[in-house]
Structures are given as structure tokens and as C-alpha cells.
Design a binder for this molecule. Structure first.
Ligand SMILES: [Mg+2]
Ligand SMILES: [Zn+2]
Length: 247
């Protein structure tokens, strides 16, 4: 039996994020539908400014070549995607209570840095504890809300949460499946890219697992493995290394 009525509506999510948001309008989303394919043209997204090919990646299905100038230009944003457990916080298995949440060194400051640098700060996390019946989805949101509340004291915030509640061998039927969003699959990142108009080539995903790096690469985003130490330093280095001079 399918039970998917409660999805966050993407368009609603966007409008919160792109304007000056107050602290308690973070968006959260989980993947349950197949994630949208973002590479294909067709949603008004201009081909990358770093034009490489002559035809800009659009598929010539229905000749749009002389109409493209009329399409609304969608602003391309940049993002730093963060894995959660083991990257932002100490990885206690199946963390689902704010009381158990402990920031890793430099994590809060890293988020602040990302905010100030004009990147979206987006959490991308596997939460198979939901499929395993260890905790409900609402706990994932509760922890996320707590994170944002805690970040307020720094003037920092997370812009969005994307999580996969699934597992192929779960115990809760609704969540037990071979989904397209569990990292290293790129579904969550692709969904975020689509919903927030993110330029993947100008974005970075940081995580402590190989699956994070693989997920990043599969989504066309640069992957950085976090191996301990100050997350702030890792983020600074990543953004510095990867920053593409705009022109
Ligand atoms: Mg991790
Ligand atoms: Zn999933």
C-alpha cells in the first residue's frame, strides 16, 4: 500500500528559501517519488555560462532554439551540501533525539561560513532508522529543527534538509524499498538541485563516507571527504579550491 500524501510540496519550499526567511521556515523534504532528472533542458534553466558545447545541452526534441531567449532566466545558486552524521555531528548510531546531538568541531562555524559566502547550506542524509522502525520521520525533522534553533545563536542557518528514510531491508513496509535517494545514489542531491535552482558545477558536497563522495560525483557536484578536524577549515579549503572565477 502506498502512502505518499504527505510530501512537502516543492514549490512551497522554494518560495520560503529564496526570500529572507525567518528562522523557522527551513524546508525539509524526502524523496519518495523518483527524483527529477535535472540535466535535461526543459525547465527554463539556461545552459551553463561556461559554454562548452555549441548546442548547450538542450535536446532538440522540439526545436526550442529560437525561443530560448524568451524563457525566464532562473537564477543559479551555489550550495554546500553536508552529510549529517559523522560530518556535522558525532555519529551515534541512529541518532534521533536532539539530546544526543553533539556538533563536531567547527561544524556550526562551517555552516555560518557557508551562509556568509552566499552558498545554500543543505543537509543530505540517509536515515534508514525510519525504515528499520527505530524512529518516525518526525524525529528526523525534529532534530533538523533543533539544529537550526541551535545555530541561531551564531546567526547561522541551514537552508534545507533532504533525507532518505528508506532501506531495502527495512521492517516498515512503507519505507522498505530499493529507492533512488539513498546515498550513494544521487536522488536527494538531484532533487535539491532542481528545487533550489542550484548549479551543480559550482557546488560541493562534504561527507565522511565514501558513499557521500560517490553520491556527489553521480550528481555532478564536487565531493569532499571529511576526515576529521575542523569542518570549518575543510569547508574554507573546499570553497577556495573550487571557487570558479565568475565571468
Ligand atoms: Mg556520515
Ligand atoms: Zn530513499
Amino acid at each position: 500500500m502506498e502512502n505518499k500524501e504527505r510530501e512537502v510540496i516543492p514549490s512551497q519550499v522554494q518560495s520560503h528559501d529564496l526570500q529572507g526567511r525567518t528562522s523557522d521556515t527551513p524546508s525539509a523534504s524526502r524523496c519518495s517519488a523518483p527524483p527529477p532528472v535535472v540535466e535535461a533542458a526543459g525547465n527554463g534553466k539556461p545552459p551553463s555560462q561556461r559554454g562548452e558545447g555549441p548546442q548547450g545541452g538542450g535536446s532538440p526534441l522540439h526545436d526550442i532554439s529560437n525561443r530560448t531567449t524568451k524563457l525566464p532566466r532562473v537564477r543559479q545558486r551555489k550550495a554546500v551540501f553536508f552529510d549529517r552524521d559523522g560530518t556535522l555531528n558525532v555519529d551515534v548510531h541512529y541518532l534521533h533525539r536532539p539530546e544526543d546531538f553533539e556538533w563536531l568541531p567547527g561544524a556550526r562555524e562551517a555552516i555560518k561560513y557557508v551562509n556568509d559566502a552566499g552558498y545554500l547550506a543543505i543537509v543530505i542524509t540517509n536515515q534508514s532508522g525510519v525504515a528499520r522502525g527505530y524512529f518516525p520521520e518526525s524525529d528526523v525533522l525534529r532534530v533538523y529543527d533543533w539544529m537550526n534553533e541551535d545555530l541561531e545563536s551564531l546567526g547561522a542557518h541551514l537552508d534545507a534538509l533532504y533525507y532518505c528514510p528508506h532501506h531495502p531491508h527495512g521492517s516498515v513496509p512503507e519505507y522498505t524499498k530499493d529507492c533512488t535517494c539513498r546515498k550513494p545514489k544521487p536522488g536527494l542531491v538531484l532533487q535539491a538541485i532542481e528545487e533550489h535552482h542550484i548549479d551543480p558545477a559550482a557546488s560541493v558536497l562534504i561527507g565522511d563516507g565514501d558513499r557521500d563522495v560517490e553520491c556527489a560525483e553521480r550528481a555532478g557536484v564536487r565531493g569532499v571527504k571529511y576526515e576529521g578536524g575542523s569542518l570549518l577549515e575543510v569547508v574554507k579549503r573546499a570553497l577556495h579550491l573550487f571557487s570558479i572565477p565568475s565571468n
